[in-house]
Write a protein that binds this ligand. Structure first.
Ligand code: FAD
Length: 394
């Protein structure tokens, strides 16, 4: 039975960051990683961005793990006995641990009907599958108009594919952008040649020869060669639940990234933590959080007591448009837009009860720390005293 002072379940970016965090404190303690994917840790964001713009597939790999790390890949951890400090995988192998990190991330949300043809886009294997289809096929259906749907639709369109997006909301990214910006982005996608059907979802899929017919909630079905979906993720909390750990929209952790069991930690997309600047609990599905929280969790597993108080930022590319953002981007908040050039460059502030809860830096770069500082300020803020607060850098 493999025995590790440090065991990590999940082989993604959080796991990799944790490995390096552990090594900052403990130069030699053995680290075991159980990962369900066949691949060692890699960066996910390029799967819907750089790899479609000419970056080599080899560019996604994380730097080689330091000495003393053993990967058990292509294995899924199925049982956690926290009291006995033991994890058992789907091949029947049991591992004992001193400290355990759950870095299990999330699983794409699926439609309520069975359709093996749909690619629920998340992994390198999904990218390879879609890439091969994009070479051979012409017409794609993209389900969902959030982060993944918009990026994948742009990627396919840039390969010359025909793309129809089915978006239940009123516009692209309508849950995060104010209505006027969402409407602009929707028009912008249409100008790029993407058919965007807003207010329309999918109710089923049927095969028609080699093609797929998407039954929609609207008037007209869509016939496509292939279908890809980006409908959000659900945190992989099953192991934690089964072990009796506290779970509430993710695995609940304290500021040391420790779960309700003292030797079990959680970090990344799966973890629910308290952020002091926003004074709220949150679960963040973004790269900066995976890297920073993973590193803090790793250091703490190895004996440090570093609090995780970071307010993560995130980013996205939409054809030639791009942005960085911090905090709560919730279209239901009051928003104040400060455009240098309407919808092309500027800053959008998200307010609730006079406090800035989130900042969208639209084609505005190098201002993430300024946005964090503003969110940490007590306020109260109004539209008039926010204009020009974050000027943007040339
Ligand atoms: C296509 C794409 C583009 C993205 N672009 C951006 C971006 O532009 N900006 C941004 O900030 N963020 C982006 N993200 C989000 C970012 O990639 C995630 O926040 C990050 O990958 C989370 O890392 P994680 O390790 O916590 O979880 P995951 O990446 O989900 O990794 C968890 C790993 O654990 C494995 N696992 C789960 N359960 C088990 C188990 N029981 N046993 C063994 N292994 C298990 C999974 O198979 C997976 O390999 C993107 C994500 C995707 C999919």
């Amino acid at each position: 039975m493999p025995e590790y002072p440090y065991l990590i379940v999940g082989g993604g970016m959080t796991a990799d960051a944790a490995i390096h965090g552990i090594r900052e404190v403990d130069a030699s303690g053995a680290i075991g990683v159980i990962g369900a994917e066949a691949d060692p840790p890699y960066n996910r964001p390029p799967l819907s961005k750089g790899l479609w713009k000419g970056d080599a597939e080899t560019s996604i790999w994380r730097p080689q793990a330091p000495a003393g790390v053993t990967f058990h890949l292509g294995r899924r951890a199925e049982r956690l006995d926290a009291k006995a400090k033991r994890v058992t995988d789907d091949q029947g192998t049991s591992y004992t641990f001193g400290k355990l990190l759950l870095a299990t991330g999330g699983t794409p949300r699926r439609l309520p009907f069975q359709a093996d043809e749909i690619i629920y886009f998340r992994t390198l294997a999904d990218y390879r599958c879609l890439r091969a289809l994009a070479t051979a096929s012409k017409r794609f259906g993209v389900l969902g108009g959030g982060f993944i749907g918009t990026e994948v639709a742009a990627a396919l369109r840039m390969q010359g594919c025909d793309v129809t997006m089915l978006v239940p909301e009123a516009g692209l990214c309508a849950r995060v952008f104010p209505a006027d910006l969402a409407a602009f982005v929707t028009d912008y996608y249409r100008q790029k040649g993407v058919e965007v059907r807003t207010g329309e979802g999918v109710s089923g899929l049927e095969r028609s020869g080699a093609r797929n017919v998407l039954r929609t909630t609207g008037q007209q079905n869509v016939t496509v060669d292939a279908v890809v979906a980006g409908l959000g993720i659900q945190p992989n909390v099953e192991l934690a639940q089964q072990a009796g750990l506290s779970v509430d929209n993710g695995i609940v952790v304290d500021e040391a990234c420790r779960t309700s069991h003292p030797v079990v930690y959680a970090a990344g997309d799966v973890a629910n933590f308290h952020n002091p600047a926003l004074d709220t609990r949150m679960r963040v599905e973004h790269e900066d959080n995976a890297n920073t929280m993973g590193s803090v969790a790793g250091r703490n597993m190895a004996g440090r007591a570093t609090p995780y108080r970071h307010l993560p930022f995130f980013y996205s590319d939409l054809f030639e448009l791009g942005y960085e953002a911090v905090g709560e981007l919730d279209a239901r908040h009051e928003t104040v837009s400060d455009w240098k050039e309407p919808f092309r460059e500027g800053v959008v502030y998200y307010l609730k009860n006079g406090r800035v809860r989130g900042v969208l830096l639209w084609n505005t770069w190098g201002q993430v720390d300024a946005a964090r500082a503003l969110i940490a300020e007590a306020g109260p803020f109004q539209a008039s005293n926010l204009k020009g607060r974050i000027p943007g850098k040339a």
